[in-house]
Design a protein around this ligand. Structure first.
Ligand code: C2E
Ligand code: MG
Ligand code: MG
Ligand code: MG
Length: 287
């Protein structure tokens, strides 16, 4: 009986693996259709200045509304797109959609996440320049976000591409800083315009003096290197006050806004403008 039970478990185990493989194959298939079926869309999350807490930038975050399974997280489908050769097409689509939707958002900058595999394509820079030209988006407002993985696997491509992007005014941000195999020598060599402190450090801010010290040090380093420091995952007023006191430049997190749709960004922008006009009016009136 014990042997029988054991055999059953093995059968169940392999059935579970098979389910998992099928599940993945289905996702790969569905993702190929998602672009043409209009199931993908982009949300935007505000980045606010640390001093005035006014919106200075947004990050484009890809979303997939699956017809039967609902929202699927990019943490799940981006790796699949990378593995099955779909990331270039998806990356181009996110770039183009973001540039088109954000074109009239005054001087807000727009940050787009780009996978290492896509960025290292020989024609990546041409693609970006073509998209900004076609959509009429000012390249000086565009930020390309990359993760540390790019320096490990594609260092040569990164050197070439960053220089070419910068020559047309596009900025480069290093995302999730402090988590991967970061080496400080990357900072010297690649001269990022922005560093985004990974949100895992903020999560531990209150409980861990080490996390607080690390955040302080990264901000100090950024100030010295003239690199804009962004904190991701700002969820509480305590986070906000700590980061302001430490000299962080920009803040991003649920405390200010979750990722929202393009019209919601537009509304927020107009509301901030109206408030600023009122404040200016009061200043003049009190003269
Ligand atoms: P990321 O680039 O580091 O983006 C920030 C993630 O943190 C987003 O998750 C955002 O919703 C989340 N976040 C922001 N503020 C907070 C907060 O206060 N608390 C918490 N708990 N989370 C917060 P999301 O949208 O699920 O994206 C996950 C990751 O998927 C992104 O991390 C990025 O690596 C990847 N991704 C998203 N869109 C794209 C894309 O268009 N292309 C590529 N290549 N990757 C993308
Ligand atoms: Mg990012
Ligand atoms: Mg990040
Ligand atoms: Mg991340």
């Amino acid at each position: 009986a014990a042997k029988k039970k054991h055999d059953n478990r093995i059968v169940q185990y392999f059935a579970a693996i098979e389910d998992h493989v099928h599940e993945r194959q289905r996702l790969v298939h569905d993702l190929r259709e998602a672009l043409t079926n209009g199931e993908l869309y982009v949300c935007y999350q505000p980045l606010v200045s640390a001093d005035e807490l006014s919106m200075v930038s947004v990050e484009s975050l890809l979303r997939w509304r699956h017809p039967t399974r609902g929202e699927i997280t990019p943490a799940l489908f981006i790796p699949i797109a990378e593995e099955f050769g779909m990331i270039d097409e998806i990356g181009r689509w996110v770039l183009e959609t973001s540039c088109r939707e954000a074109r009239h958002w005054n001087d807000l900058s727009v940050a787009v996440n780009i996978s290492p595999m896509h960025l290292s394509q020989p024609d990546f820079v041409d693609q970006v320049i073509d998209i900004t030209a076609r959509t009429g988006f000012d390249p000086k407002r565009l930020v390309i976000e990359v993760t540390e993985g790019i320096m490990l696997e594609y260092a040569d491509a990164a050197r070439r591409v960053f220089d070419q992007l910068r020559s047309v005014g596009i900025k480069i941000a290093l995302d999730d800083f402090g988590t991967g195999y970061s080496s400080l020598s990357y900072l010297e060599e690649f001269r990022f315009d922005k560093l985004k402190i990974d949100r895992s450090f903020l999560r531990n801010l209150e409980t861990s003096p080490e996390a607080a010290a690390i955040v302080h040090t990264i901000i100090g380093l950024g100030n010295t290197l003239n690199t804009t420091i962004v904190a991701e995952g700002v969820e509480t007023e305590a986070h906000c006050r700590f980061l302001q006191a430490a000299g962080c430049n920009e803040l991003q997190g649920f405390l200010f806004s979750k990722p929202v749709t393009a019209p919601q960004i537009m509304r927020r922008m107009m509301m901030e403008q109206a408030v600023n006009r009122d404040l200016e009016f009061l200043r003049v009136a009190q003269g």
